[in-house]
Design a protein around this ligand. Structure first.
Ligand code: NI
Length: 207
């Protein structure tokens, strides 16, 4: 049985990640590109990060931003077929939550797909369970995902491979992790490459 190579990588281990490192800067937009995006806390004259969204979780339940009020959200946009940075970042988020232990009970890790065509709730369910039992996976219609990504100022676009068939493509996307407060407002962002200890330490400053 032949699986698309992207899928193998998405579920693969360290070896697959090592192979995929060469692809990293091509499909995950790093600090250079990201520097075009202004990331400032809400208020002053800076743009607001975050806001309302209506999406569907891995159990098929409709979820809005308001459902997370009273808890911190650790939010990451990506896609399950991502060969490299998404699995690494989700592992970092999961490890950070575990490092926070009981202190992290008020922090909900959230993965929002930028690839709703392939990332159905059923598919997300398998994927998020693989990383952390409390990781919430969110998908939705093309429009609702686009609206959520726009609210968080996450750029993404399909990146079809030369000669690949229609369902075999990568996604270019910004790879930030955001910490949102219990009031739903932006607190902090983390660039990819941060380790779980450093992430946990910074999250703790806001709890
Ligand atoms: Ni990715």
């Amino acid at each position: 049985m032949k699986y698309p190579v992207n899928r193998l990588f998405a579920w693969g281990g360290a070896a697959a990640i090592a192979v995929a490192v060469a692809l990293l800067w091509r499909h995950e937009l790093g600090p250079q590109q990201a520097s075009r995006v202004t990331l400032e806390p809400a208020g002053a004259a800076g743009p607001t990060i975050g806001g309302s969204f209506t999406l569907v979780d891995q159990n098929g339940k409709t979820v809005t931003a308001g459902d997370f009020r009273g808890r911190f959200m650790l939010v990451y946009f990506g896609y399950t077929y991502c060969p490299d940075v998404c699995p690494t970042t989700l592992t970092t988020m999961a490890d950070a939550i575990d490092i926070l232990d009981g202190d992290g009970d008020s922090v909900v890790p959230v993965f929002i797909t930028v690839d709703p065509e392939r990332d159905t709730p059923e598919h997300l369910k398998m994927y998020v369970n693989y990383f952390h039992p409390r990781l919430v996976g969110l998908t939705g219609t093309t429009q609702s995902v686009a609206a959520a990504a726009k609210a968080y100022r996450i750029y993404y676009a399909k990146a079809p491979e030369d000669g690949a068939s229609g369902d075999d493509y990568l996604m270019d996307h910004l790879a930030f992790v955001f910490l949102m407060g219990p009031d739903g407002a932006f607190r902090a962002h983390f660039e990819n490459g941060i380790g779980p200890e450093a992430m946990a330490k910074r999250i703790r400053e806001y709890l």
